[in-house]
Structures are given as structure tokens and as C-alpha cells.
Design a protein around this ligand. Structure first.
Ligand code: ATP
Ligand code: MG
Length: 450
């Protein structure tokens, strides 16, 4: 018997275990690579991350007759793992698949909801990102301990989505490299947007992309699209984000200045947030500005993963028409290049047509480089003064200065009179305009024959 327990312990060590944390917002499963290195404080820290408003000082597990046993120390944790190990052994002996180890946090106060997306996490990572036990074994005990708790924390605070938990509904759009779908997430009971990008890349590169995307978990701003999860299935990556029922701004026609002003405030705040995290957007354009019927405006598709951007770029060759002159000429890219793209985007949204008439953007925003040479060679276009306010014309002119250093820096952008004027938190204006535009669009669609 002792031998069996010992061999089971080493099985657990090489295969890892799954801990299921029972919280009021649902079960949260997390793989732990190296259970023998897990300590009480790390597990508690992970639980507290998931339930920040609760005072969790201990947790419980259930024994074979359903009695709850409290765990408050490393020794008690070891006893729990040893008990769990016996249970797994019995389950295997009876030909059953082992159940995750269930723990029940003991909360002093009503637990808060950190898992804001209401997502349940999957018990195992996707096979393509799965780790081999030998690789896990080869790591030092310290690093595997660190990884386990980091993994726990990440998963507990964000949740994950699996392909089989999604019910695809309709296609929302198609861009350079990906197709975006509206889908229903069964476990989270909510609509999400899923961008599916076919990528023929190695598993190593897939892992690198996944790790580069990790920063998205940390992005938390009302002006940035909420990231839920990303996963690889076969040769495609799916990126799940918040769904915006108003879609992107590229399909709206000539947005009035008082609405555009409020949208510009949100875009500048979103970019300022990204810049504060040292993230450059790199793809500011109307199709990456999303709106909803609540009047919210959020940025999406910012380039956090160099590998992902490079892998897509291998398939889709062309230069983005919203890119700053210095970028078109292959010079260095910085915050100021994002500022140019803000200027040209808002000019287009105000005019209802691309500001350089010689550039015909028939399909998407990617163009052969030589067609965009006029952006590098010519003086930037200016909004017609009679039709727009002086503040707005000045804002666009400043953003579209040819020399990057002459464009407003982040702080100056927020302090620009055009932004100050519309920084009144009035989401109603945008909300009413989105709702009306959607109704108009619906009315213009050909009526179905009965
Ligand atoms: P690019 O690939 O160069 O970024 P794009 O932005 O037009 O071009 P996608 O990012 O693939 O292409 O998006 C396609 C369309 O899907 C968008 O134009 C938008 O209308 C829609 N879309 C994208 N994300 C969402 C979302 N979260 N909610 C609602 N609609 C979305
Ligand atoms: Mg996009």
C-alpha cells in the first residue's frame, strides 16, 4: 500500500494536478505543475486575487464522508494533498478519471467579484500549449513553484474560454488576416467577439505569442476593449474579447463634430492608458475604434504581440494608409506616430472620405507602399475651416504635423482645447447617435419578402 501511495505521489508530481476553487461566481480550475512545491501562502494569495473583497484566511476540503477539513498552514496543505493523492489512486484503481481537487475558500466577508467576466476556466490547457512532464521536471524547484502560483493567479483572475464553450453566431467582419465572429460563451453566459486568425506557425512560436498576449490580461480601462482569452486550435488562433454592439467606426458616415468630440476624448484616454503601460497601439484607425449603444468607445487590435504581428504580416503584404509619414518611410516609430493616426482617422470620420483623395481605399486599409508616397511627400491636408470649429481644425492640424516632434505629446493631447471642451463624460450623445445610426442602417436594409 505504501509503495502504491509513493508511486501515486510521483505520478501526481510528473502529471500535475488540477485544483478546483469553489467561489460564489463559479468554479475556477487551475492546473498546478508541481504539487509538492505548492505552499499554503501561494495558494491563499491566488484565492485572494480571485476574491479581493473577501478576507480569506483559510480554505477547506471535503473528506470521503463530506466533512469539511480546514487548511491554514503548509502542514495541513500537505495533509490535504496526501489525502487527495489517495483519492486519485482509488479512482484510478476503479478505472475512473481523477476528479480535480476541490477547495472551498473560507471568506470573512461577502466575496468580491474579481472574475469580472464570469468565466469558468478549463481544467487543462489546449493540447498545443501543453507542457511535457520532462520539461516540467527539468525546471528548478523554485521556478516551477513560481510558475504554478503565477499560473494560478493569472487563471483565477481572468478565466479562459475554450473552443467547445463557444456557439458561433454571425460573422461581424473580415480584416487583414482575420475574421471576427459574434459568439455566445456558454459558461460565461454572454456574447463575445472572437477574432480567428489562420497562422501556420510552430508550437514554439504559438507559445511565444501566448506569452506576449499575457499583457492583455493586465489591461483594464473603460477605453480599451476587454480581453477575455486566446487559444490556438490547429493552425489558427482565436482571440476572444468584449462584444461591441455598435461595431467599428469605419462604417459610420460623416460623424457630427459634437459626437466626434466625445469619441476623440475616449480614444485619447485609451491611448494615454496604453502609453502609460509602454504599449504603442501601432494600428490606430476607424476600424479599430469600437462603439456600443451605451455610448462607450473602446480601442482594439493594438500590437502587443510582435510575433503575432509578424506572422500576420508574412501573409498580408501592404502598408497601412493611416500610418504616419515617418513610418511609411521606414523610420523609427513612437508615440507620435500613433498621434498622426489619430489625426488622419478623425479627419476621415469628420469628412466621410479619406483625406488624401488620390488614395483610393477600396478594400481595407493596406495599400502598396508607392501609393502612399504622397503622405510622405505632400503637405498634410487640413479640415475646411468653415465647416468645422477652429478647435477641431487645430487639433487635427497639430496631430498631422509632418515632423513627429511637433505633434502633441500625450499630456498636451489631453489638454488640447478640443478635447477639454468635450471631456464632459456625456456618453448619452454617443449612445443616441449610435442607436439612431443602427436604426437608419436597419431601415435601409432590403426588406425580406414574407
Ligand atoms: P485589420 O485586420 O487591419 O485590423 P479590420 O480592423 O477592418 O482590419 P478586423 O480587426 O478583423 O479587421 O475586424 C473586422 C470587423 O469586425 C471590424 O471592422 C468590426 O466591424 C468588427 N469587430 C471587430 N471586433 C469587434 C468587437 N469586439 N465587437 C464588435 N465588432 C467587432
Ligand atoms: Mg481591427
Amino acid at each position: 500500500m505504501l509503495l502504491l501511495v509513493l508511486s501515486n505521489l510521483s505520478n501526481m508530481e510528473s502529471e500535475g494536478i488540477v485544483i478546483r476553487i469553489k467561489t460564489p461566481v463559479g468554479d475556477m480550475d487551475s492546473p498546478v505543475d508541481s504539487p509538492s512545491h505548492l505552499n499554503f501562502n501561494d495558494l491563499l494569495a491566488a484565492i485572494r486575487d480571485a476574491m479581493p473583497e473577501a478576507t480569506v484566511t483559510a480554505f477547506e476540503y471535503e473528506d470521503e464522508v463530506g466533512d469539511r477539513i480546514t487548511v491554514r498552514s503548509d502542514d495541513e496543505l500537505k495533509a490535504m494533498l496526501s489525502y487527495y493523492c489517495n483519492t486519485v489512486m482509488e479512482q484510478r484503481f476503479n478505472g475512473l478519471l481523477p476528479e480535480p481537487l476541490q477547495i472551498f475558500p473560507r471568506a470573512g466577508k461577502t466575496p468580491g467579484i474579481r472574475n469580472i467576466h464570469g468565466l469558468k476556466v478549463n481544467t487543462r490547457p489546449e493540447s498545443s500549449s501543453g507542457r511535457s512532464s520532462s520539461a516540467a521536471d527539468s525546471r528548478s524547484s523554485d521556478s516551477s513553484l513560481k510558475k504554478s502560483s503565477a499560473e494560478l493567479k493569472k487563471i483565477l483572475t481572468n478565466g479562459q474560454i475554450n473552443e467547445h464553450d463557444l456557439q458561433y453566431q454571425e460573422q461581424l467582419g473580415h480584416g487583414n488576416g482575420g475574421t471576427v465572429y459574434k459568439a455566445y460563451h456558454l459558461l460565461g453566459k454572454r456574447i463575445v467577439a472572437v477574432k480567428v486568425i489562420p497562422l501556420d506557425i510552430t508550437v514554439e512560436l504559438q507559445k511565444q505569442i501566448m506569452s506576449e498576449l499575457e499583457i492583455l490580461y493586465k489591461c483594464d480601462s473603460p477605453y480599451i476593449i476587454k480581453f477575455y482569452s486566446a487559444f490556438f486550435v490547429e493552425n489558427r488562433i482565436s482571440i476572444c474579447t468584449e462584444f461591441m454592439d455598435g461595431g467599428s467606426l469605419d462604417v459610420y458616415w460623416r460623424i457630427p463634430e459634437h459626437v466626434l468630440g466625445r469619441i476623440a476624448v475616449a480614444v485619447v484616454k485609451g491611448l494615454t492608458y496604453l502609453w502609460s503601460l509602454k504599449i504603442l497601439h501601432r494600428d490606430v484607425k476607424p476600424s479599430n475604434m469600437l462603439v456600443n449603444t451605451r455610448g462607450q468607445v473602446k480601442l482594439c487590435d493594438f500590437g502587443v504581440s510582435t510575433q503575432l504581428v509578424n506572422s500576420i504580416a508574412k501573409t498580408y503584404v501592404g502598408t497601412n494608409a493611416y500610418m504616419a509619414p515617418e513610418r511609411i518611410s521606414g523610420e523609427q516609430y513612437g508615440i507620435h506616430s500613433d498621434v498622426w493616426s489619430v489625426g488622419i482617422s478623425f479627419m476621415e470620420l469628420a469628412l466621410g472620405s479619406f483625406p488624401y483623395p488620390q488614395i483610393q481605399k477600396n478594400q481595407g486599409s493596406l495599400m502598396p507602399l508607392q501609393l502612399l508616397q504622397c503622405i510622405v511627400d505632400e503637405d498634410p491636408p487640413v479640415l475646411p475651416v468653415g465647416q468645422f470649429s477652429e478647435k477641431f481644425v487645430h487639433f487635427i492640424t497639430q496631430c498631422m504635423r509632418k515632423l513627429p516632434k511637433e505633434r502633441p505629446a500625450p499630456n498636451n493631447l489631453m489638454d488640447h482645447p478640443f478635447i477639454v471642451q468635450y471631456n464632459d463624460g456625456n456618453t448619452e450623445v454617443v449612445s443616441m447617435w449610435v442607436c439612431r445610426s443602427l436604426e437608419d442602417r436597419k431601415a435601409q436594409q432590403p426588406q425580406r419578402l414574407m
